[in-house]
Design a protein around this ligand. Structure first.
Ligand SMILES: C[S@@+](CC[C@H](N)C(=O)[O-])C[C@H]1O[C@@H](n2cnc3c(N)ncnc32)[C@H](O)[C@@H]1O
Length: 324
C-alpha cells in the first residue's frame, strides 16, 4: 500500500511528501518549508498581502527602486542580462528594466518555483519593448546556474533578490545561500538585494497579522495544499494563524497553532501526525536585518557593497553588491 502511493507520485509530489513527513514528524518543533506556501492560491494571496496597508515592505522596496533605478543602472557595467530570484509578479522589477532599456536591449530571466507567479510576471512585463523574457520554473540556485550557462561571452549578469526574501533563510543559511549565488557569478556581475530592517514591533507584527485575515489565509493555505496534493484531512478551522517576534533571531515567525488535540492523516506521505492543544507548526521566518549586519553578510558571502539606499518611511535597504 505504502509503496503504491510512492510510485504514483511525480518527482515534485514525492519531494513534497518527504518534506512534509520530515517536518511534521520532528520530535521537537514541527515545521514546513516556507517554499510550499507558494502554490497557485498562495501566490495570489501573497500578491494580496503585498498591497495590504499593514505590509509596508513591498511599497518601501518599490519606492527605493523607483527613486534610484537610474543610480543603480549607472553603476552597472554593460552589456547586461537580468535574472530575478523568486520574482513573484515582477511588478517592482519594471523600474529597473525600463531604466536599463535606455541603454540596451535586455534579456530578463525570472526564476520561480511557482508556475502561477511566473506566468503573472511574464504577463506583467510583456509590454516593455526592449526586454525579452524567459521564465525559468526552478528553485533559486538551480535556475541561476541555468541562466549563467546561457551567458553571452562578455556580458554581465545583474541578479535581483527583492522583497527581503533572503530573510526567509535561517541564521547562517542566508550567508551560505548568497555564497552559492556568488559562486555562480563572475567578476563584474552584481546582486541587488532588498532587505527589511529592524523596526518597532507595533509596526512589524501587523505586517504579518493583518486584521483582514489575508496573511492568515496565506499561512493556512499550506495545510489546504497538503489536503489537495497529498489527500490529507487537515481541518483548517481547527488551526489558527500566529505571528510572533523571536528576539534571539530578530525574526518574525509565522506558525499554525492547533486549537485542540487532534490527529491528521496524510495518506500520500504515508503517515499520521498527532497535535496537542496549542502546539504549532512553524511555516516561515522573516529575519529583520541591521545595516551593520548587512555589510558583514555581503563581505562574508564574497561581495562588495557598492551602494546602499535606505527607505526612511518603512526602514528597508536596497544594497547593490558587486562580485569582484
Ligand atoms: C516573499 S515572495 C517575494 C516575491 C517578489 N520578489 C516580491 O518582492 O514581491 C517570494 C517568492 O519566491 C518564490 N520562491 C520561494 N521559494 C523559492 C525557491 N526555493 N526557489 C524559487 N522561487 C522560490 C515564491 O514563489 C515567491 O513568489
Amino acid at each position: 500500500m505504502i509503496a503504491e502511493h510512492i510510485k504514483e507520485l511525480s518527482p515534485f509530489a514525492a519531494q513534497f511528501a518527504a518534506d512534509v513527513r520530515a517536518g511534521l514528524l520532528r520530535p521537537a518543533q514541527k515545521e514546513l518549508p516556507s517554499k510550499y506556501l507558494y502554490d497557485a492560491t498562495g501566490s495570489m494571496l501573497f500578491e494580496a498581502i503585498s498591497v495590504m496597508p499593514e505590509y509596508g515592505l513591498t511599497r518601501a522596496d518599490e519606492r527605493l527602486l523607483r527613486r534610484h533605478a537610474g543610480d543603480i543602472v549607472r553603476l552597472l557595467p554593460g552589456p547586461l542580462a537580468v535574472s530575478e530570484l523568486g520574482s513573484g509578479s515582477g511588478k517592482k522589477t519594471r523600474c529597473i528594466l525600463e531604466a536599463l532599456c535606455g541603454r540596451e536591449a535586455i534579456s530578463y530571466y525570472p526564476i520561480e518555483i511557482s508556475a502561477t507567479a511566473l506566468a503573472s510576471c511574464e504577463r506583467e512585463l510583456a509590454d516593455i519593448d526592449c526586454v525579452s523574457i524567459l521564465g525559468v520554473e526552478r528553485e533559486y540556485l538551480e535556475g541561476l546556474r541555468e541562466v549563467a550557462a546561457r551567458r553571452v561571452p562578455g556580458a554581465h549578469l545583474l541578479v535581483l533578490f527583492l522583497g527581503s526574501t533572503i530573510g526567509n533563510f535561517d541564521a547562517g543559511a542566508d550567508c551560505r545561500f548568497l555564497r552559492g549565488v556568488r559562486e555562480t557569478l563572475i567578476s563584474g556581475d552584481s546582486l541587488l538585494l532588498g532587505t527589511d530592517l529592524v523596526k518597532p514591533l507595533d509596526r512589524l507584527l501587523p505586517a504579518y497579522d493583518d486584521p483582514t485575515g489575508v496573511t492568515a489565509a496565506f499561512n493556512l493555505n499550506i495545510l489546504a495544499r497538503i489536503n489537495r496534493e497529498l489527500d490529507a484531512d487537515f481541518n483548517l478551522r481547527q488551526f489558527e494563524h500566529l505571528a510572533r517576534f523571536n528576539q534571539r533571531t530578530s525574526s518574525v515567525e509565522m506558525h499554525l497553532r492547533s486549537k485542540k488535540a487532534q490527529t491528521v492523516t496524510i495518506p500520500r506521505a504515508e503517515f499520521m501526525v498527532r497535535f496537542v492543544e496549542g502546539e504549532t507548526i512553524w511555516t516561515e521566518s522573516s529575519h529583520k536585518y541591521s545595516v551593520s549586519e548587512l555589510s558583514n553578510l555581503a563581505e562574508a558571502s564574497g561581495f562588495r557593497c557598492a551602494a546602499q539606499w535606505i527607505d526612511e518611511e518603512w526602514k528597508f535597504a536596497e544594497s547593490l553588491l558587486m562580485a569582484e
